[in-house]
Design a protein around this ligand. Structure first.
Ligand SMILES: [Zn+2]
Length: 142
């Protein structure tokens, strides 16, 4: 491997070590001109050399299946992350709604207790008044 690190391309720069992720050569290591760019198709001075041995068909197929699987899993992962973020948001919304409902329930209970208290006072007053009235009637006409 040391011999590749010392190697220079036609431009005079040390060669760049890269990994191919093409369908035909997935995972294969190579050295190339530092201006080599698979994305743009730029090849610099055209210096290019495979570092490892050629892969067998079953290795190529297996690697491509794994790469496709990796893409599928990372898509699934980002969908799940989005769903999780939505769920967290919904959870926060439901928690504040629950708090609001609890407050409303507490206020309603307090209102009911106050209503019951005033009803009891009214009942006691009615009883006292009817006792007094009955007493007076008995005293006057009895
Ligand atoms: Zn070069």
């Amino acid at each position: 491997m040391a011999r590749f690190e010392e190697k220079r391309c036609g431009c005079g720069f040390p060669v760049a070590r890269r990994t191919s992720w093409t369908h035909d050569n997935p995972g294969r290591k190579f050295v190339a001109c530092k201006f080599f760019n698979h994305e743009t198709g730029q090849r610099g001075c055209n210096t290019f050399e495979w570092v490892d041995e050629e892969i067998l068909d079953w290795q190529r197929d297996g690697t491509n299946v794994l790469i496709a699987e990796k893409h599928r899993l990372s898509t699934d992962l980002s969908i799940l992350r989005t769903r999780l973020a939505c769920t967290e948001h919904e959870k926060g919304h439901l928690a504040s709604e629950l708090n609001m409902l609890k407050n409303r329930k507490n206020r309603a209970e307090i209102g009911l207790m106050e209503e019951e208290n005033s009803r009891n006072k009214l009942l006691v007053t009615c009883v006292i008044v009817s006792v007094v009235v009955s007493f007076c009637i008995v005293k006057l006409f009895g």
